[in-house]
Write a protein that binds this ligand. Structure first.
Ligand code: ZN
Ligand code: ZN
Ligand code: FE
Length: 757
């Protein structure tokens, strides 16, 4: 077949710029002796290749099957063009013509090649804290706008030296067009400010070894670090951060160190060591971290070092090693957004840190660490942020340019246009000014990175959500549409699984709080749903939520509400009743009788709170879902046996009502009879899983897809058992794999539902 030449033009769309795509194309073409050229374009990467047809096919196969690690190919458009002849393959200057858009890459952990160079005394980047290449390093957090080149990043502050510039221009070099390229001669510099003398990293390690708290500037912001095995240090950090009981994550240098503190199977290992390097929630191992790292729960959040500076902080061969397990928590005061600007960090973290390990490369946008759980060997995101944002998600149908503002807790926002949606990094709980400002910045940055200029906005239907208020104030003359909270949850999980505009599912939306169309607080909802709308088929029976926030923080109040609704006495023998002061009991009784200051709620999250309190696990919480998380932890691996815990279903009304009263009665009987809390918890989890299956059987009405969403499905025990039972009954189960089931995924659902109506 030699002598017969063809020429093809390929337009590759997706995350293909700034990820080593052109060098990859160049070397692949060279290996196959193909002629042609490659260039960046605002629509993606354009390749022209010419040669033997079999070689062209092989080239396309490699492009699809073995692209560079950070590339995400969304589509390849192929066309035949006239043969030009000639030999050689070259990288052409970028053009910026045409429509479409290219996509920015997330921040990626240091790659194996860079880590090896950093450890090699003969390499010119030996011990360089800012080593990167086309396959690794900061992206999202240093890019101000597109197209992605050095001028539009915070690396514009550093002029490349001659040697870096040569590497940058050499298509055969693994740093070809790596925008953050730097070396000890021309790159950013590390600095240390605190007690002790000497080289910054040595001084920092000494401080940590002595139990000090170190502010560390990393990729997406500042962390506060301390020795995770030092009880005093961890307790001091907890106290200074006013952190209460909320667990800290620990950072370790490598997988071996991770295996020492947690149970790490192959799936967990791959996730821990992958380029995103999220915090992975794992069952705690035998070896110790201090008790106050994660009090009251059997899991430990573990992440591997992901920035070069982290590896250097743990120490390279020849260093006197620092602590090998570090608490690494966001540099902020409880509830506030992470600090990323140097001056701001200096002010806000002044009395939290004993010393500072910083550097002079500016972080342009904050980005918290991501958090992932593993359920039956599959990923369940808890927080989607660094390493994932701003990777696009695809939409089932094209949409007009849209901004969806998400919810008020665990906020993310999202923009979409055409077939793409981009979710922001984790913004946080919108209850302070700093977070509102961070939210505004996140929407602007997302628009700058994607080029989406929203023509309408979508918000939650809650009339007092700050996110919704923000949308109305910032919309100008653009319309603001609203989407009901649980409809958005179900739309999000449908979209994740690529369901189409006409598809419908049976949606089970279980969460803590969402504004319902009747003004009640929903959260135990069964919906017949598609993107375009939903019908509420059933819900958990309303119980009175007295003085909303107070009852969220004190699960014993929810326990009393459920006892009251079930017609059960507030007997002193019940742990929740004993936990409630007498005066408060009298006030609650009055409120429940009269409805004064009460909002009806069908929240499943609050039912978990109530049961946790009734079983005696926890009566007050200082972080969201703490009571439920501890109940789950105690119930894991326990067989509750045939317990008789069973929800009642009243189908005489529309929507039907799920009554937890029989379950509450059995929980109380068990608690009073001193049945171990783990057994009560296991029985309750089994009852909720059985309820989900019963609801599916009762309400599916021919629909085979059951969608599970809402924060309650962060509960691995519940998700796992419900999924198993549903599959056994022949249902197709849709649960979250790429977005969190909690409100962190809500903006994506808003984008879908708000554009479908
Ligand atoms: Zn690298
Ligand atoms: Zn240099
Ligand atoms: Fe929710």
């Amino acid at each position: 077949m030699t002598g017969h030449r063809l020429r093809r033009r390929l337009l590759v769309r997706g995350v293909v710029q700034g990820v080593g795509f052109r060098p990859f194309v160049y070397t692949t073409a060279a290996e196959l002796a193909l002629a042609g050229r490659v260039c960046n374009d605002s629509a993606g990467v354009i390749i022209e290749i010419e040669g033997d047809p079999a070689d062209l096919d092989e080239f396309c196969r490699r492009l699809r099957e073995r692209p560079p690690p950070l590339a995400v190919i969304e589509a390849i458009e192929e066309s035949a063009i006239p043969v030009r002849g000639g030999t050689g393959f070259h990288i052409a200057d970028s053009t910026c013509a045409g429509g479409g858009r290219t996509l920015a890459s997330p921040d990626m952990a240091i790659c194996a090649d860079c880590a090896a160079e950093m450890r090699d005394p003969a390499d010119r980047r030996y011990r360089h804290p800012f080593i990167t290449c086309t396959n690794c390093g900061p992206r999202f957090t240093i890019i101000a706008g597109l197209p992605y080149d050095r001028d539009r990043t915070s690396m514009a502050d550093f002029a490349m030296c001659r040697r870096c510039a040569a590497e940058y221009r050499d298509p055969a070099d693994r740093r070809f067009h790596a925008q953050p390229i730097a070396c000890p001669d021309c790159g950013p510099r590390l600095s240390y400010d605190g007690p002790g003398v000497g080289e910054p990293l040595t001084a920092a390690r000494n401080l940590l070894r002595e139990g000090g708290i170190l502010a560390v500037k990393g990729i997406g912001g500042y962390h506060l670090a301390c020795d995770a095995t030092n009880e005093d240090a961890v307790a001091r950090l907890r106290h200074r951060k006013r952190r209460g009981d909320k667990p800290f994550a620990v950072m370790v240098p490598d997988l071996d160190a991770a295996r020492a503190v947690a149970d790490v199977d192959d799936t967990a290992a791959a996730l821990l060591a992958g380029p995103q390097r999220p915090i992975v929630l794992l069952a705690r191992g035998r070896a110790g971290v201090a008790g106050s790292v994660a009090p009251g729960i059997p899991d430990l959040g573990v992440l591997l070092a992901y920035a070069p500076v982290h590896l250097l902080l743990f120490g390279l061969p020849g260093d006197e090693p620092g602590p090998q397990t570090l608490v690494m928590t966001s540099g902020n005061r409880g509830g506030e957004p992470i600090c990323y600007d140097d001056d701001d960090a200096r002010a806000r973290l002044a009395d939290l840190a004993d010393a500072w390990l910083s550097h002079d490369r500016r972080i342009l946008v904050p980005c918290d660490d991501s958090v992932v759980r593993l359920v039956d060997g599959a990923e369940l995101p808890v927080r989607r942020s660094r390493g994932y944002a701003p990777l696009p998600l695809t939409l089932p149908a094209p949409i007009a340019p849209t901004l969806a503002v998400g919810a008020d807790l665990k906020n993310t926002c999202a923009v979409g246009e055409g077939r793409y949606a981009w979710l922001s990094q984790h913004v946080g709980d919108m209850d302070d000014l700093a977070t509102l400002r961070a939210f505004g910045d996140a929407t602007e940055h997302l628009s700058a990175l994607t080029g989406v200029r929203p023509v309408h906005l979508i918000a939650d239907a809650h009339p007092r959500y700050r996110s919704a208020l923000w949308a109305r104030t910032h919309a100008g003359d653009r319309p603001v549409h609203t989407v009901q909270h649980h409809h958005a949850h179900i739309a999000a999980v449908m979209g994740e699984h690529g369901l189409g505009l006409e598809d419908t599912v049976l949606g089970i939306a279980f969460d803590g709080t969402g504004y319902g169309s009747d003004g009640a607080i929903w959260g135990g909802e069964v919906l017949a749903a598609g993107y375009k709308g939903y019908r509420r088929l059933a819900h958990l029976r309303y119980v009175p939520l007295a003085a909303g926030d107070t009852s969220v923080h004190r699960p014993y109040r929810m326990a009393l509400a459920h006892l009251w609704a079930a017609g059960l006495d507030w007997s002193e023998r019940i742990p929740s009743v004993r936990a409630c002061p007498d005066v408060e009991r009298k006030i609650l009784a009055h409120q429940f009788r009269t409805g004064l200051g009460c909002t009806p709620t069908s929240s499943m999250g609050r039912l978990f709170d109530a049961v946790s309190s009734l079983a005696g696990v926890r009566h007050s919480v200082d972080y969201e879902a703490q009571a439920a998380i501890e109940l789950e932890g105690l119930s894991r691996g326990i067989d509750g046996g045939a317990s008789g815990y069973r929800f009642a279903l009243d189908r005489s009304t529309d929507p039907a009502v799920i009554d937890p009263a029989p379950v509450i009665a059995r929980v109380v009987a068990d608690a009073v009879a001193d049945v171990p809390v783990g057994v009560i918890g296991a029985r309750f989890h089994a009852a909720v899983a059985a309820l989900i299956v019963d609801l599916a059987v009762d309400f599916a009405d021919g629909v085979s897809a059951v969608a599970l969403s809402g924060g309650v499905f962060q509960n691995a025990l519940l998700l796992s058992s419900a999924t198993t039972l549903l599959r056994a009954r022949g249902f197709h189960v849709l649960c979250h794999r790429r977005l969190p089931p909690n409100d962190g995924g809500l903006s994506f659902g808003q984008l879908l539902a708000g554009n479908a109506g």
